[in-house]
Design a protein around this ligand. Structure first.
Ligand code: NDP
Length: 237
């Protein structure tokens, strides 16, 4: 496939899981792909070698490093912000520094990366941020900080769509439900509880999320912006 031939794609957080599938998908579709990693150097190098993409070390908790990475990437056709994680446990027991770091990775980095990318993007530019169905529905305790970050992305996309639409750039949020990755393995202890909330009682696959990202990045999605796109087996329904 060559839908993204000659297109420049940057994936923030591409070394593992959903991000790695997004990297593979864009490479398969002909794009020139750069992705960032933080902790998983070996996985990043292996993925880069396998796919011909470029891996670069950038900690999404470091705002200025993220901005610099996006700036150095030049005029992008597609920015995907995937890097993110959750902190579990009673909100009353959590270290505020750890919570602030979560906010830097899950909220500050997507905002600053999106704005920086838009400075150089041309007409037809696409920004896609990986949120979560937990931005809409948080049915269990212990994940308020995570839900907060994913809801924040909704406001960001709605607002930036207004700023970027006149520049010919779209911005959308993809909201997965449970997806089988290191962060949420299908065979983990939460499986039965999570599937009890769902109409399709299985975890999604990273490739299914990557397919939605690819559609949003492609030519058929030029009228789609400021919107949330949930892929969750009806977890949030
Ligand atoms: P994984 O833990 O499997 O992978 C996380 C990816 O993000 C890795 O490539 C990791 O890179 C990168 N990352 C994390 N922190 C940083 C950082 N500080 N700087 C740079 N990169 C970073 O998670 P998933 O693939 O499951 O999740 C990906 C996204 O999807 C997240 O935003 C998550 O919130 C969201 N999501 C996931 C769901 C699921 O069920 N799996 C459901 C809903 C949303 P490295 O290892 O190199 O640090």
């Amino acid at each position: 496939m060559s839908e993204f031939k000659n297109k420049s794609v940057l994936v923030l957080g591409g070394s593992r899981g959903i991000g790695a599938s997004i990297v593979r998908r864009f490479v398969a579709d002909g794009a020139t792909v750069t992705f960032t990693y933080n902790g998983s150097q070996a996985a990043a190098e292996q993925l880069a070698a396998e796919t011909g993409s470029t891996a670069v070390l950038t900690d999404s908790a470091d705002r200025d490093a993220v901005i610099e990475r996006v700036r150095q990437s030049g005029p992008l056709d597609v920015l995907v912000v995937n890097a993110g994680y959750a902190i579990f446990g009673d909100a009353l027991d959590q270290d505020p520094d750890e919570i602030d770091k979560l906010f830097r990775v899950n909220v500050h980095a997507p905002y600053h990366a999106s704005v920086e990318a838009a400075r150089q993007m041309g007409e037809g530019g696409r920004i896609i941020v990986i949120g979560s169905v937990n931005g809409d529905r948080m049915p269990i305790p212990g994940m308020a900080s995570y839900a907060l970050t994913k809801s924040a992305l909704q406001g960001m996309a709605r607002g930036l769509a207004r700023d970027l639409g006149p520049r010919g750039i779209t911005i959308n949020v993809v909201q997965p439900g449970p997806i089988d990755t290191d962060a949420n393995p299908e065979n983990g202890p939460m499986k039965d509880l999570m599937h009890s909330f769902m109409a399709i009682k299985r975890h999604g696959r990273p490739e299914e999320v990557a397919a939605m990202v690819a559609w949003l990045a492609g030519p058929e999605a030029g009228f789609v912006t400021g919107a949330m796109h949930t892929i969750d087996g009806a977890f949030g329904a």
